[in-house]
Design a protein around this ligand. Structure first.
Ligand SMILES: [Zn+2]
Length: 294
């Protein structure tokens, strides 16, 4: 069992959750404040998306990322910064006329998903390691092998650690291929994202099968959505992984009780410590991930 467990707090995501909980941070100031509170509660890493302050919808605007990252860096808390680089892969099709891109499509090349990473040089950025039917309807998340190799190469050149997001077994196969091709620096970091329809289900045997496919020296974490978020902390620790909680993946602390990011981190910390493990400090996280010291 992994005795030194990193907690990532995924602060807001880009999902349609803003109207569903008043705690979901929207403006850069709110996202930064929520991240600082999560760090104080024990988060090792904060995973950052930004939202359009007017509409609350997910955004790729560099100025919004800049404000969030600068506010967190200027604060008196230490935390490892992980920005998403998954935005810009949304393809919405008209099912009856599938060569027409429908409203909601936001599709750019692998490298064009990275301008905020290039400017802000976070410690970590994500790389979604394959395409996926994302939820119901006709939304496809698009990330082809060509796009991924280009994106990985660029992230590598920037000296940013890449967190490979794995939504299904084939994504893991491709992530390992990237590592074997030398496109990902050691230690390779895998995030097993379970229960996102329609990728790998949040099922212990599915997770175990995926963990068995990881290379020996992999640094890995996993998470699940909604009511499975907290049980999955225990599940992940048991199998030797790191953990992720936060409002990107779950809005509730208990049935009917809406959570803040800090409360979710506190709860995860309690679970990790009850299992006899220790929550990694940001400095310990930097050591695990071979990141530059602060
Ligand atoms: Zn995310």
């Amino acid at each position: 069992m992994n005795r030194n467990v990193m907690i990532t707090c995924a602060l807001t995501g880009a999902g349609d959750t803003v109207g569903r909980s008043e705690h979901v941070p929207v403006t850069p100031e709110q996202i930064a404040e929520s991240g600082i509170a999560a760090a104080r509660a024990g988060a090792t890493i904060v995973h950052i998306h930004v939202r359009d302050p007017e509409t609350g919808k997910g955004s790729r605007e560099v100025a919004l990322y800049r404000e969030v990252v600068e506010r967190i860096r200027a604060s008196d808390v230490d935390v490892i910064i992980n920005t998403t680089a998954g935005m810009g892969g949304d393809l919405v099709l008209d099912p009856h006329d599938p060569t027409t891109f429908a409203e909601g499509t936001d599709l750019v090349s692998g490298v064009d998903r990275l301008p905020h990473v290039e400017e802000l040089l976070p410690d970590i950025c994500t790389l979604d390691c394959g395409s996926l039917n994302f939820g119901e309807g006709s939304l496809v998340y698009v990330s082809t092998p060509d796009m991924l190799r280009e994106g990985a190469k660029r992230i590598q050149e920037l000296g940013v650690r890449c967190e490979m997001e794995i939504f299904d077994t084939g994504h893991l196969w491709f992530a390992r291929t990237l590592v074997e091709e030398g496109l990902i620096d050691a230690p390779a970091m895998y995030q097993l994202c379970m229960g996102i329809p329609y990728g790998a289900p949040a099922d212990p045997l599915t997770l175990a099968a995926m963990v068995n496919q990881l290379p020996e020296d992999a640094v890995w974490a996993s998470f699940a959505l909604g009511p499975m978020q907290m049980p999955w902390v225990a599940q992940s620790v048991l199998l030797g992984g790191h953990v992720r909680v936060g409002l990107e993946d779950n809005l509730y602390l208990a049935k009917g009780v809406k959570a803040t990011n800090a409360q979710l981190v506190e709860r995860a910390k309690t679970i990790v410590e009850s299992m006899g493990a220790h929550v990694a400090t940001p400095d310990e996280g930097r050591e695990i991930l071979a990141l530059k010291p602060r």
